[in-house]
Design a protein around this ligand. Structure first.
Ligand SMILES: Cc1cc2nc3c(=O)[nH]c(=O)nc-3n(C[C@H](O)[C@H](O)[C@H](O)COP(=O)(O)O)c2cc1C
Length: 243
């Protein structure tokens, strides 16, 4: 009840602020440099698919054997959008860009999403932070870290095999400042589950595969990913054409 009381007025204000449709940034991938960092503006995601939701739910599986190639920037764009893309832009500081493809407690969006790129033609290998508002990725590390990330995740070699991985971390303060222990113990991982399921279903619908990986050594993954102090690593989801 307390939750609803807080949430409903906040969302009313946000909805009133800006209810316009999201405009695609571009149809093609565009590389640039912003503040000295490599940036790719991603192709606009598609909101029409070729398989039904029911078919996708029925065929979804955790897939662990990947071809090393055959993944495009359009795939990467579509999967990042499915994970946390903005579907209703809004101007409000806590929402940071707008409502998303996945629900979030109080629209606080605690997750940070990275692409760990190894072999996606048109995108330099490296680690990138996803910016849902601009639908762009910004390089945080120019190295292909798939080997190191595999080692940090109990040698689960699917990470090294896959052309790229989606990586989830969380900034817990975004939720705990409002919901305290309940936010920490429940809401952050509930949010993660929603986003990760979107990735599973989007990968499947694109004819690709993924597997949620939660088994890893936090300190090693934090080091490999060069995460800021306030980010906690949560999931690695390698993406590729399933063998
Ligand atoms: C929280 C969580 C952590 C997981 N961690 C791993 C993992 O580290 N390695 C792995 O191979 N699978 C992992 N999985 C995938 C499960 O093994 C898989 O979902 C389960 O066997 C059911 O198979 P299905 O996803 O194909 O239905 C994880 C799943 C969840 C929900």
């Amino acid at each position: 009840m307390k939750y609803l009381k807080l949430l409903v007025p906040a969302l009313f204000l946000l909805t009133a602020a800006n209810a316009q449709e999201q405009k695609p940034q571009t149809d093609k991938i565009m590389k640039s440099t912003e503040e000295g960092k490599t940036v790719y503006h991603l192709p606009a995601p598609s909101t029409k698919g070729t398989v039904s939701l029911e078919e996708t739910l029925n065929s979804r599986r955790s897939r662990r054997n990947f071809h090393p190639d055959g993944v495009t920037p359009a795939h990467l764009s579509q999967i990042l959008w499915a994970a946390y893309g903005i579907t209703r832009p809004m101007e409000a500081p806590t929402v940071r860009g707008g409502l998303r493809t996945a629900p979030s407690a109080g629209a606080r969006y605690p997750l940070e999403i990275y692409a760990v790129v190894g072999n996606v033609p048109g995108i330099d290998p490296g680690v990138y932070r996803y910016d849902p508002k601009a639908h762009k990725i910004t390089m945080t590390n120019p190295e292909d870290v798939r080997k190191e990330l595999t080692a940090a995740a109990l040698n689960q070699k699917m990470i090294n095999d896959a052309p790229f991985s989606v990586f989830f971390s969380a900034i817990y303060e975004r939720i705990t400042e409002r919901y305290g222990d309940r936010g920490r113990d429940r809401y952050v991982c509930m949010d993660l589950g929603h986003s990760a399921q979107n990735v599973y279903l989007q990968a499947e619908a694109l004819g690709l595969g993924t597997c949620a990986i939660g088994a890893f050594t936090d300190s090693k993954v934090t080091e490999v990913m060069q995460l800021p102090e306030n980010e906690v690593p949560l999931y690695i989801m390698p993406i590729g054409r399933s063998k």
